[in-house]
Design a protein around this ligand. Sequence first.
Ligand code: NCD
Length: 318
Amino acid sequence: MFGPNRSFLRSSQLTVPQLHSFFKDVAALKANVENGWPLDNLLSRSPRERVATLLFLEPSTRTRMSFEMACLRLGVQVSLFGDASNASTAKGETAADTFLNLKSMEPDVMIIRHGGDGDLETVIENSDVPVINAGQGAVGHPTQALLDAFTIQEAGFAFKDVRVLFVGDLKYSRVAHSDIELFQRLGMQVGAVCPAHLRWDEQKDIRYFQSLADGLKWSNVAMGLRIQKERHGAEATKIDLDEYVRAFRLDRGSLQNLAKDAFIMHPGPFVPMVDMHPEVLKDPRCLVHKQVTNGVYVRMVLLAIVLGLWKGSFNESA
Ligand code: NCD
């Protein structure tokens, strides 16, 4: 599954049986940490001598800090590439060269977020050091898909009973792209509501609804998405924000159409008053902060697997 270089670059790398055992392992690790038990019984060796390089070339709060927290909890050392404006990228060095230089320092794993630059993608694909994708342009965000699916299962659902409604920018959201790939393979149904020009036309079996109310009535998980305006280019002028808010915002009013035993999710960041009203965080159906908590556990297990330290039930050849 991870290939010769043990990289994790796309959600499709994990088979459905592997996903099920992965989620089982995440639940076991989470119980371990929350009970304050040592991790020794889950790890084959101490991770202390291992170093992870974090290279974030696009803005990030949750994902970067979540990977850092995952490393710290495991005991993996972190080498952090801070601010691109203060590094040789500001002198004209390409992202691909920056990656190759950091790789030459021989870390044990590299965790990278980038805008989808072609040369960089080539060096990542050919890297002899394992690479974990922490967000790749509009293409994908596979660890977010893992943590979202885990959170849905933890909420008590069997995947086959889940109807997820994505609300917002399906076309440019890398989270939506990885989520939908993974969710459909796990047996979830996927619906969406968005402005017509933000549909994800390449993906099949998405049920588009005419209105947010109709979509929310159909779904049992509502997933808000931020408008990815930094990727819109010429399409940037196509959205009238007032109209967008009236039609697509998740708030107390619109969420009256969602069942009481359903759930509300968002990968973050949400833009207050545009894609989600902050009052939604207080809704008992809201899982947004659980997603963040689970992100750390999902990344801990993934890192331990990639580093060859994991002793749980996950079977790479399943
Ligand atoms: C998202 C991202 O960067 O793809 N956030 C995240 O990583 N949790 C979503 C976004 O930026 O809208």
